[in-house]
Ligand binder design. Structure first.
Ligand code: MN
Ligand code: MN
Length: 490
């Protein structure tokens, strides 16, 4: 089992981001923003007719590179009608700059940008994340991350640029962790990384090993871990700002690798992506490491239930019944429906802790992916106020969610002859909803939202700030939930 690689290279390769009034001499690539109509910056030396003749219409994401004989290149970047999809604007500029690492972009051409920090935030995220790659196991680097980004703008842009830098770092960290193959990132290794990095970012870390997990009756985590040669770990993260205004628990699914267990998955491309089945835990971890730098005033506890799911002679059998810490019994109909089984333990812990609300995030069901595709995560909630806070955070982070119903009549599909519930319904039922109903049992009446990020966990192409591979989805939306959190009435 190798642990020699660095699973979090993005933390060492952090970009310097600043807001100034003039472009510095070191800049290698200067972005000039041009809309689909209106004035064209005179610094370009081109008018709109000339741009049109070159095929440049000013649509969002369109670019035109003008390389001089010496000095920085100019990249004309389309912004459409002005303030839509600024992450794609930043991403288009960064991609058109190739492997150049010192970039500058004048924001003053954007209408209203001077007073709106969220503009700089979105542009910075687009620039930095579109140039991300996972370099650790490749002998030749496929690209170069941006090292310096200078924005020309006002003081108001500075706060947004800094927030964008921190949130891009969080997303890159989540991408690093999800992209790291299984043999390099076991539950134990993840817990070591948490212990190493947590205190550096103002987060206390407690790790619970198998003996403690038995004592705590973490029945789901232990049942799913039963077939594995690797031990399970429960990682508890605590962010406790002075004079906190409310308390929130974040629960992440941490399946370091999901083979399906005895309900073994077929050997196909989807199975080969299952190192990403800890993307929920990675998002919680990365979001929590950003809270101190973002000045978050909510008290946040993270619960990461980490294990792999393997078939062997000691694996949990189908038809087995497990008994949870709160007394609930569950019959295992299918060991590939393992995420909800593992997360139930931590939802019980969060409920017992007495927090104001719980938000969980998981690569939970193919059903959610089939319903909403790879751009949108499914949202479920037992409380409209917390659902609205997740939706608002999603608007701010640019990570889309769509609320689906927690339709209680479907609960009977997981009635069991021998236990209180089965862990899933027979094939053909709406599994995203049924999984949510299963999870909702364990939070009781605590305000709770569940984000099923199975679709957006993986990106197929370089689109907007996405690059192919694990997307790091969710780190930003969780950070925004914590930043904007108000205790909902239960
Ligand atoms: Mn599974
Ligand atoms: Mn899974």
């Amino acid at each position: 089992m190798s642990t020699a690689i660095n699973p979090v290279p993005s933390l060492e390769a952090q970009a310097v981001v600043s807001v100034v009034s003039e472009i510095p001499d070191s800049t290698q690539s200067v972005g000039v923003l041009v809309g689909s109509d209106g004035a064209v910056a005179s610094s370009l030396g081109f008018d709109r007719d000339r741009l049109n003749a070159l095929g440049f219409t000013g649509a969002v994401g369109e670019t035109l590179v003008i390389p001089p004989s010496n000095g920085p290149i100019t990249v004309v970047v389309g912004i459409g009608d002005g303030l839509t999809d600024l992450r794609s604007v930043g991403a288009a500029f960064a991609r058109a700059s190739g492997k150049l690492t010192d970039l500058a972009l004048d924001l003053t051409a954007l209408p209203g940008s001077v007073d709106d920090p969220s503009v700089a935030e979105a542009v910075v995220e687009g620039v930095l994340l579109s140039r991300y790659h996972y370099p650790v196991l490749k002998n030749e680097a496929p690209g170069a991350p941006v090292e310096r980004l200078t924005l020309v703008g006002s003081g108001a842009a500075s706060a947004g640029a800094e927030r964008g830098r921190v949130l891009a770092r969080a997303t890159a960290l989540a991408r690093d962790l999800a992209n790291t193959p299984h043999s390099h990132l076991s539950a134990t290794r993840f817990s070591e990384i948490a212990i190493e990095l947590g205190p550096r970012f103002g987060v206390d870390v407690e790790v619970f090993e198998p003996e403690a997990l038995v004592e705590m009756k973490m029945a789901g985590l232990l049942a799913i871990n039963a077939g594995s040669a690797e031990e399970a770990r429960l990682i508890k993260l605590s962010y406790r700002p002075e004079g906190a205004a409310g308390s929130l628990a974040l629960v992440g699914k941490g399946l370091m690798y999901d083979s399906g267990g005895l309900s073994l998955k077929p050997s196909d491309a989807v199975h080969a992506q299952m190192k990403n089945d800890m993307s929920g835990a990675a998002a919680v971890f990365a979001a929590m490491l950003s809270l101190g730098d973002l000045g978050c005033t909510t008290s946040v506890t993270g619960y990461l239930a980490c294990t792999d799911n393997m078939p062997s002679g000691t694996a949990t059998a189908l038809g087995d019944v497990i008994t949870y810490r709160d007394g609930t019994t569950v019959e295992m109909l299918d060991t590939d429906a393992e995420g909800r089984v593992v997360m139930a333990d931590t939802l019980i812990l969060a409920r017992e802790q007495g927090v104001d609300a719980v938000v969980d995030i998981a690569t939970l069901t193919g059903s959610a992916m089939r319903a909403l595709g790879s751009d949108i995560a499914a949202l479920f909630a037992n409380n409209d106020a917390i659902a609205a806070q997740v939706e608002a955070a999603s608007e701010n982070s640019g990570e889309s969610v769509w609320r689906l119903p927690l339709h209680k009549p479907y609960r009977q599909a997981i009635d069991s002859l021998t236990a209180d519930m089965m862990n899933c319904a027979p094939i053909g039922k709406p599994d995203a909803i049924i999984a949510s109903l299963f999870l909702s049992h364990f939070v009781g009446d605590v305000p709770w939202a569940h984000i099923d990020m199975c679709g957006p966990a993986q990106a197929d192409s370089a689109t907007g700030l996405q690059v192919p591979g694990c997307s790091g989805w969710g780190a930003r939306v969780l950070a925004h939930i914590a930043l904007g959190f108000t205790p909902p009435a239960s």
